[in-house]
Design a protein around this ligand. Sequence first.
Ligand code: F6R
Length: 265
Amino acid sequence: MRVVILESSESVTQFAADEVCALLKERNAKGFGAVLGLATGGTPLGLYRELIARNARREITFANVETFNLDEYVGVPPDSPCSYHYYMLENLFQHIDIDLAMTHVPITHGVELQKSAEAFELQIEQAGGIDLQILGIGSDAHIGFNEIGSSLGSRTRVKTLTERTRQDNARYFGSIDDVPQTALTMGIQTILESQSILLLATGTGKAKAIRDTVEGPITASVPASALQLHPNVTLAIDRDAASGLANADYFLAAERNRAVASRSS
Ligand code: F6R
């Protein structure tokens, strides 16, 4: 795993935006579109603001980009401000030059959920797979809504949210009682099939989850620890989120060496 420890949440935003832009430019130069996996929540908001700004300055285009979101609540209609459909429109899609028909957020309203999950998996396959999956991480180390105990071989399906996740997300709903009990989420195996993965984390509230993900054993009790199995994962985290790492100095040294190697190549 590449662990990039950055000074601030703003540096995490800039790092993530540079990674996304590099992929889009590389694909554009080859005449292909990129397939992005997207997350919601508080963490990627800075990234989305930065992508909107770079798109407005015409540094990047989303004209040939297809997107797949990690998850959507069950029981929240897509036009509700609490839905992830709404979040994506509000915070990214309606501000950039993307074709909305190329954006996919799991459908949980007015459908049979298992069929919707299977259709979602098929759409990812038909798009040729995800090139770059952006992830946040829950304070209990969930990725997507793969909560503790999620099979490391899981695919898109309905998951029950933990009390802790519902508590963490109550800020978007007003009260914990209004937070749905379940969500449709990409599975851990679905996530692991992405070509590359970029996990973002900021703040001390994520420090334990990051430590367990990077330095603990691979276990379904820490869903993000499954990322240790993936050959192309980068964690971009601020100093607070890195504060629980026993090997922070090693990761900082590895990044310094990487910078030296790229300057001399
Ligand atoms: C969101 C998602 C979740 C969040 C996680 C962290 O689509 O899949 O795994 O990334 O709950 O949320 P924030 O960023 O709000 O701390």
